[in-house]
Design a protein. Structure first.
Length: 261
């Protein structure tokens, strides 16, 4: 079963500089990260409970160009600016989800193992089910199942970060991801076929459609010109509402009582 939005990926030429910018503007701090040695990429993670925003950069362009996600990060960074790159959905039983989705006509892959080496030498491990190509509107969209015996997903790790405070003075939680698409109906049908996601008309109106995934929401809305068409990352936390544009995205911080707005 798909139980939540695991993480949102933002491509950055310099993830370290990006983390400093986000902390200064929003009060959200990156506290983890490492290298994907087989893919030529590295990251910094802003934990939001068990979800996170992944700021991903490239340390070896040649290696990244041969990687299914590294090549996409290079593509996103081709214009010289940071940009939204994709979203991962959390699976609690990846082989079962792959079998179920294939029965619905999905082109999802067999589970593929991956790992990341942290700066302390500990290793994070996972399995991924991915589609053949990045989605034309949504970028990388894939399923992930974490190895709960490896770094970052052991019970003690999860307990420690569940109460971790950001500089905003509270923990943060990912509430919703809003993605502008060229055609909402086409995108919803594509996600229904490939990942089994069912959308409903959004209370936001204007042709938007929502789906709930565990405690999170994914919203698709018609693409428009200018900043109104930027992907929006909605985070529940802090003591006052705040909205900024950074790294090719809009970031909306909502106090806990209003995080679902």
């Amino acid at each position: 079963m798909i139980i939540g939005l695991d993480h949102v990926i933002v491509a950055c030429a310099d993830p370290d500089a990006a983390t400093a910018e986000i902390e200064s503007a929003l009060g959200l701090r990156a506290t983890a990260g490492g290298r994907h040695d087989a893919h030529g990429t590295f990251n910094r993670l802003i934990w939001l409970g068990d979800s996170y925003v992944e700021l991903m950069g490239v340390f070896d362009p040649a290696l990244a160009s041969e990687s299914w996600w590294g090549s996409h990060i290079l593509h996103r960074l081709a214009g010289g600016v940071a940009a939204y790159a994709g979203v991962a959905l959390l699976s609690e039983d990846l082989p079962a989800d792959v079998e179920r989705l294939r029965g619905m006509g999905s082109h999802i892959s067999d589970p593929v193992s991956g790992e990341r080496v942290r700066s302390d030498g500990d290793i994070v491990r996972w399995r991924i089910g991915r589609l053949p190509e990045p989605d034309p509107d949504l970028g990388l969209v894939f399923l992930i199942e974490h190895d709960t015996t490896a770094a970052e997903w052991r019970p003690a790790d999860r307990l420690a970060r569940s109460a971790a405070m950001h500089p905003i003075g509270t923990p943060g939680r990912l509430a919703r991801l809003e993605l502008p698409v060229s055609d909402v109906r086409t995108a919803t049908l594509r996600l229904l076929r490939e990942l089994g996601l069912q959308f409903r008309p959004s209370l936001a109106g204007a042709g938007a459609r929502d789906t709930s995934i565990g405690e999170h929401a994914l919203r698709l809305l018609p693409a428009r010109t200018g900043s109104a068409s930027r992907p929006t990352i909605v985070v529940r936390g802090g003591k006052e509402a705040r909205e900024v544009e950074l790294l090719g995205c809009r970031w909306r911080l909502s106090p806990a009582a209003g995080g679902s707005a």
